[in-house]
Write a protein that binds this ligand. Structure first.
Ligand code: ATP
Ligand code: MG
Length: 250
């Protein structure tokens, strides 16, 4: 289980998270939605210790992230696959080398074992023959898939996806959505998916949380969000330019 408990985070005088609380249960896919710049990426960086809260606590499997030593933090990170918002591939390395990176860092696998894992991961994202290619030769959608392969090669318990479908055409997005559902249903991975894409949110989400003004304003199932009367949530999910007036639906 992942628990972010009353997280406060500011950069200089700018407060970003202001009492952010979210619990992610085993086996579920928690989707986080919210306007650009509200702190979605900042929130999930706390889970892997890339950021530390000013106040509040983050727990992964009962361990408080900020209290972990360097070794414990590495051990924790090897259980969490992180798909970065901007792919973050190394352009001077081949696709296979990019996917192998985290596995080498673990320091526990032989070269042959790493090869097997890399092939397996590239197959899972439908790029079985792209290992020798340089990232520069790939389309945006393929780069995203390599980012996902790098995360799943760790065979993680948790996967954090930061906008995995942003900027992709609808069909490529649907392929990636399907892949995320497969990870949950076939491998039992617990995930957090940040997205602006409501179609994707409805496809992959077990529950959806909306970040608004530094905290989780609303959290519930896909069915519940579709019938919520919260005007801020409805404006966002319906993509309206002005707030939805409060009142009965319809
Ligand atoms: N390391 C940092 N130093 C200073 N400010 C930061 C840092 N990281 C994020 N911020 C600021 O925190 C705010 C929230 O950023 P964040 O990237 O989490 O937004 P987001 O919700 O993920 O937006 P988007 O949907 O555009 O990705 C922004 O104003 C950003 O400029
Ligand atoms: Mg972001």
């Amino acid at each position: 289980m992942i628990l972010l408990d009353d997280i406060h985070k500011a950069f200089g005088s700018k407060s970003v998270l202001d009492g952010f609380t979210l619990e992610v249960r085993e086996g579920e896919t928690m989707v986080i939605i919210g306007y650009s710049g509200t702190g979605k990426s900042v929130a999930i960086k706390h889970i892997v210790g890339l950021l530390e809260p000013d106040k509040g606590r983050v727990f992964v499997d009962g361990l408080e992230v900020a209290t972990l030593g360097r070794r414990e933090l590495y051990a924790l990170r090897s259980r969490i696959g992180y798909v970065f918002q901007f792919s973050a591939l190394f352009d001077s390395m081949t696709v296979a080398e990019n996917v192998a990176m985290g596995l080498k860092k673990m320091g526990t696998l032989t070269a042959a074992e790493i090869d097997v894992r890399v092939h397996e991961a590239l197959e899972l994202v439908d790029l079985p023959d792209s290992g020798h290619i340089l990232p520069i030769e790939l389309s945006g959608g393929m780069r995203k898939r390599v980012g996902i392969a790098r995360a799943i090669a760790l065979r993680p318990k948790y996967l954090l996806y930061d906008e995995p479908t942003t900027g992709l055409d609808p069909v490529t997005s649907a392929v990636i959505d399907e892949m995320m559902v497969r990870m949950r249903d076939k491998l039992g991975v617990t995930s957090i998916v940040i997205t602006h894409d409501m179609r994707s949110a409805y496809t992959v989400g077990t529950r959806i949380a909306m970040l608004y003004e530094g905290r989780v304003r609303w959290v519930g199932t896909v069915d519940e969000i579709k019938s919520t009367e919260d005007p801020v949530v409805r404006q966002f999910i319906e993509g309206r330019a002005s707030p939805v007036p409060a009142g009965p639906l319809g």
